[in-house]
Design a protein around this ligand. Structure first.
Ligand SMILES: [Fe+2]
Length: 168
């Protein structure tokens, strides 16, 4: 059973902010991923806290994948424990945090929503230029990694949109 704290996610964001603001895209990246998940996925009620807490915590360990995997889970655990989440829930979040760049064939729905939102954010006006300026960056590869078909379709539309804006 998941514990339902009916958490106000602003409280979670507040405790995460000191860590997230040190990252490359900072706290706004996490906010964007959070909003993308909210707007584009139907999150079952019983998965809501797992999805949204995992999203707020996913990059909490730092900017590199190595740091996110190594330091992220302990930081996430300390914040979630402070908020009163029970240990089994905390461990579920930590498991997602320490694997969120992997691409398993059949991950949990919570994993897939975070993963896809973290890919869709790359097509946002704020983040697109950063990736697009890397020589030979393959956007199609990113699209193919997305698990949900509707999210893949959205990524393709956003890619078109960004490219059109660019040449205008
Ligand atoms: Fe991220």
């Amino acid at each position: 059973m998941m514990c339902e704290l009916n958490m106000d996610y602003e409280t979670v964001f507040k405790l995460a902010e000191p860590y997230l603001k040190k990252n490359d895209f900072g706290m706004p990246h996490t906010r964007r991923v959070f909003d993308i998940a909210k707007q584009n996925f139907e999150v079952p009620k019983k998965l809501e806290e797992l999805v949204f807490c995992s999203i707020i915590m996913h990059d909490i360990g730092g900017s590199s994948i190595e740091k996110q995997y190594k330091d992220g889970p302990a930081i996430a655990a300390s914040i979630l424990q402070k908020l009163g989440y029970k240990e089994s829930f905390v461990q579920e979040v930590c498991q997602i945090v320490r694997t969120h760049h992997e691409h398993p064939d059949n991950p949990s729905l919570a994993f897939k929503i975070l993963y896809d939102s973290d890919k869709l954010v790359m097509f946002s006006p704020e983040e697109f230029p950063y990736y697009n300026s890397q020589p030979g960056f393959d956007w199609n590869k990113i699209v193919e990694l997305i698990y949900h078909e509707h999210a893949r379709a959205l990524a393709k539309r956003l890619l078109q949109q960004r490219r059109t804006e660019k040449t205008n």
